[in-house]
Design a protein. Structure first.
Ligand code: FAD
Length: 318
């Protein structure tokens, strides 16, 4: 079932959902099930599965020269989605990127999803490859998520890249896109970012999932600004419970989000990461309760492969 239909079906009730990432290459799917099993009692209508693009690694040769290898450390997004739909009878939502994909790769990826009965995707640009500073699209790929949304919508109309294919069947994807309450790191201003967010919606995206935030005010202001810009699709808040002291620096660095002073002070007082995890859970419960009271359609948790803290939050909120 599509995300927008889950919203209609819930008739105003906030539902619990979460995102997982594929395990590192070499691990099996059991590790995914072990992190998901404890969360299924909260009846998530869907589970997101992230996509991880290729990276460059350099291996030293006998002659001292370096040889460049292209590897993907976390493959398996589509396989995991199919396995989740089969095992848990839940909708699984693969993320799909511009980065590393030609338009032909994208089309074939979408055909696989369609054949597997997956009818939701989250369409993203993706970041630059780790060893590069700026995002570079594939030679025959998309530069921005909006262009990717357009290709998915074309397929929904039965328009394939090869116009000579006749009697095509139409796909029926519901499309989510990302939104940044604290602005995307490359956007020169929030207004500019909202301008392009609106373009993604006009291209056919059905809903927005936000980057994590730790201050609900930022989310509420973002929702209002979206409305002022004429963006009227559902905006799903993404939440991540803080789990280690190191994240005081790594989360702002990696995701370009601010942490509230009060949260920072509480974390600094902690003696170890066990205490930090507790502070993170309590903070996230407060955020969740306030957002739920405001009537958000879903609370979407970034589980990062660990379910104990997300479970503690879900127990308190749902
Ligand atoms: P876009 O919407 O394309 O925007 C990128 C930047 O370009 C923004 O600054 C925007 O303002 C600007 N822009 C947009 N369109 C145009 C245009 N036409 N002309 C000029 N400028 C434009 N990354 C992964 O690798 N895998 C994942 O699974 C993944 N999941 C994510 C899930 C969520 C909910 C979020 C919020 C992020 C996720 N990311 C993921 C990270 C994401 O790929 C990065 O944040 C990336 O840098 C931007 O992707 P985007 O889709 O937001 O890009």
């Amino acid at each position: 079932m599509k995300v927008i239909d889950h919203i209609k079906k819930a008739s105003g009730e906030t539902q619990f959902t979460f995102e997982i990432l594929p395990p590192l290459k070499g691990q099996n799917i059991q590790s995914i099930y072990e992190s998901i099993d404890p969360l299924m009692e909260f009846n998530p209508p869907f589970i997101d599965v992230t996509y991880h693009r290729e990276e460059y690694v350099y291996k030293e040769l006998d002659n001292g020269l370096l040889e460049k290898h292209v590897i993907r450390k976390r493959p398996g997004t589509v396989g995991i989605c199919a396995a989740l739909q089969n095992k848990y009878k839940v909708d699984a939502i693969p993320h799909i990127l511009c980065g590393g994909f030609t338009k032909e790769d994208t089309e074939n990826f979408l055909i696989d999803l369609d054949f597997l009965g997956i009818d939701n995707v989250v369409a993203l640009r993706g970041d630059a490859i780790k060893s590069e500073t700026y995002f570079k699209p594939n030679k025959d790929g998309h530069s921005y998520a909006g262009d990717l949304v357009r290709q998915i919508k074309d397929l929904n109309k039965g328009q394939y890249l090869d116009e000579e294919i006749l009697n095509t069947s139409k796909t029926d994807f519901c499309i989510g896109v990302s939104g940044y309450p604290e602005k995307h790191m490359e956007a020169p201003s929030l207004e500019s970012d909202l301008h392009f967010l609106k373009k993604k919606i006009e291209a056919g995206a059905d809903y927005i999932v936000t980057q994590m935030f730790f201050d609900n005010q930022k989310y509420f202001e973002f929702v209002q600004k979206c409305k002022d810009f004429g963006i009227n699709v559902p905006i799903i808040p993404g939440l991540k419970p803080l789990a280690t002291r190191k994240q005081l620096n790594s989360l702002p660095h990696r995701f370009h989000v601010d942490l509230p002073e009060d949260l920072i002070k509480q974390v600094i007082k902690c003696k170890d990461n066990k205490q930090v995890r507790k502070v993170g859970v309590e903070w996230c419960i407060e955020q969740s309760n306030q957002l739920k009271a405001a009537g958000v359609p879903f609370l979407h948790y970034y589980s990062m492969g660990k379910s104990d803290n997300v479970k503690a939050i879900a127990q308190a909120v749902f």
